[in-house]
Write a protein that binds this ligand. Structure first.
Ligand code: TPP
Ligand code: SF4
Length: 477
């Protein structure tokens, strides 16, 4: 028995090699911390169900952020409170995966309150482990939404009061009022008996995901000795005697006996049908026209940056739309500055012959800089042998890198000569297409009208693209 209890689950790495420092055998958790106990229960359940190879663990922000040091499964770390949204995407993209959403009370009940409520309400087929230790552990013991009335924390030094901070939020009670969740239970890690009880609940919650694709929520009352400023034993006693008093244990909802998961692949709009829904198939590009491009192996990552109003976001959209017409994988994400028109803006675009893992571009192969701050900010991030296309009519410095290709193009001047500086972005589109050679110019020119919806602007945009193409051709003459 003792051997069994001390055994390290195979779902944990043998050595925690990703952890910095010399000690690769123990976790980062303080002695007596509830996270370590819950990790063990979750790991053993995953091992016993034989689902390690298809498990995705979403680590939160909080003390358990480094769960990926310990769990030898697929791991992803989410921004503070956003774990349920990330878990939703993982499960929807790959319904066969077992997705564990693991969160603390600051993470889940404070900053991520909306995410968890909505994921629960949608009945995502994920398993949520919610560690309620009544405090923000990682940041030094501030008040959490679950902090008890009268409890002293860093931010409630005289104790939490109803008048100032309101009542503790009871997540299991709230989640169980929703229709979609299948199983909601509150357990505790207060002594051996309660840990054994928690073990059963952990297993049941994971089993519901494996067998029924249902949403489960297990709230785990746990101790944080460091912030309670108690010994591990005393803080475990506090969980059992004080925390439990305020957060009654028990099953708040269990419809697992009759639950049948709605088939999310039959939702009215499946992402696989999006091209049809968005009418993209109607463009009907003749495959012969793009044949010479479809077998190319490449993965271009663009950072397109400038002032708001210069059309940097639409430059990215045009590249993505044209990429789709060439049957490439594409992604586009905008990033707005604090102001809109006149402020800075950038977008990240990827065009690839392979699947795109993440739409984030932090090492662009192509930087388009339409103002000086964009050079200052992004020049260093460009990948070796990559490109910078910059608008030399507006930018009075030259990029300094010697290991990349730098193309100075007076895009605003060329656009002005055409009659409007607004098409400077399309001049750069033309230059990119000609220089990189990954798309058919004719297809781009013929289908630009499907992207630029205003009829009267189509011609000027075409002319601007052609000017960009010619500019590059003249450079190489
Ligand atoms: C957007 C953002 N805001 C604030 C923080 C700082 N922060 C890090 S951990 C944390 C609290 C986590 O507390 P909890 O979810 O209770 O987890 P615990 O550490 O107790 O396990 C906060 C506020 C952050 N990392 N990101
Ligand atoms: S601070 Fe608290 S929650 Fe964080 S590792 Fe230590 S005991 Fe655990």
């Amino acid at each position: 028995m003792a051997k069994d209890i001390l055994r390290k689950s195979e779902v944990f790495y043998d050595n925690f090699d990703r952890k910095p420092g010399l000690d690769k055998m123990t976790t980062t958790y303080c002695p007596g911390c509830g996270h370590g106990i819950l990790h063990k229960l979750v790991a053993e359940a995953l091992e016993d169900f034989g689902v390690q190879d298809r498990t995705m663990f979403v680590s939160p922000v909080g003390c358990s952020v480094f769960a990926y040091y310990y769990f030898d499964v697929g791991n992803i770390q989410a921004a503070h409170g956003r774990a349920p949204a990330v878990a939703t995407a993982l499960k929807r993209a790959n319904p066969e995966s077992i997705v564990i959403d693991y969160q603390g009370d600051g993470d889940l009940a404070a900053i991520g309150g909306a995410e968890i409520l909505n994921a629960a309400n949608r009945g995502e087929g994920i398993t949520v482990f919610f560690v309620n230790n009544a405090t923000y552990g990682m940041t030094g013991g501030q008040m959490a939404p679950t902090t008890l009335i009268g409890q002293q924390t860093m931010t409630t030094p005289k104790g939490r009061t109803v008048a100032n901070e309101g009542y503790p939020i009871k997540m299991s009670e709230i989640i169980s009022t929703l229709k979609a969740p299948v199983y909601v239970e509150r357990v505790m890690l207060g002594d051996v008996k309660s840990i054994r009880k928690a073990r059963k609940s952990v297993r049941k919650a994971i089993q519901i995901q494996i067998e029924q694709n249902g949403f489960s929520f297990i709230e785990v009352l746990a101790s944080c000795p460091s912030n309670l400023k108690k010994t591990p034993i005393d803080s475990q006693n506090w969980v059992r005697e004080v925390l439990q008093e305020n957060y009654p244990l028990g099953v708040y909802k269990d419809i697992s006996a009759k639950f049948v998961s709605p088939d999310k692949s039959k939702t009215p709009v499946n992402y696989k049908d999006l091209p049809k829904v968005l009418n993209i198939e109607e463009t009907n590009i003749d495959k012969n026209r793009i044949a010479e491009f479809t077998n190319k192996q490449f993965h271009e990552q663009f950072k397109i940056a400038g002032f708001g109003g210069q059309g940097v976001l639409s430059l990215g959209i045009v590249l993505s739309e044209m990429g789709m017409r060439h049957d490439f994988q594409v992604s586009w994400i905008p990033s707005y500055g604090p102001e809109m028109r006149g402020g800075t803006a950038n977008c990240s675009v990827q065009l690839s012959s392979k699947n795109i893992g993440s739409p984030v571009v932090d090492r662009p192969t192509v930087l388009v800089a339409m103002n000086r701050p964009s050079i200052d900010k992004f020049e260093d991030s460009v990948a070796e042998n990559g490109y910078i296309f910059y608008d030399s009519s507006l930018i009075d410095i030259e990029p300094q890198r010697k290991d990349i290709n730098i193309i100075a193009i007076p895009a605003t001047k060329i656009a002005d000569d055409l009659g409007t500086t607004k098409v400077a972005n399309m001049v750069i589109v033309g230059a990119i297409i000609e220089k990189l050679g990954i798309m058919s110019k004719d297809v781009v020119l013929d289908s630009i009208g499907e992207v630029i919806k205003k009829q009267k602007l189509i011609n000027i945009n075409k002319r601007a693209i052609l000017k960009g193409v010619e500019f590059i051709q003249n450079l190489t003459k």
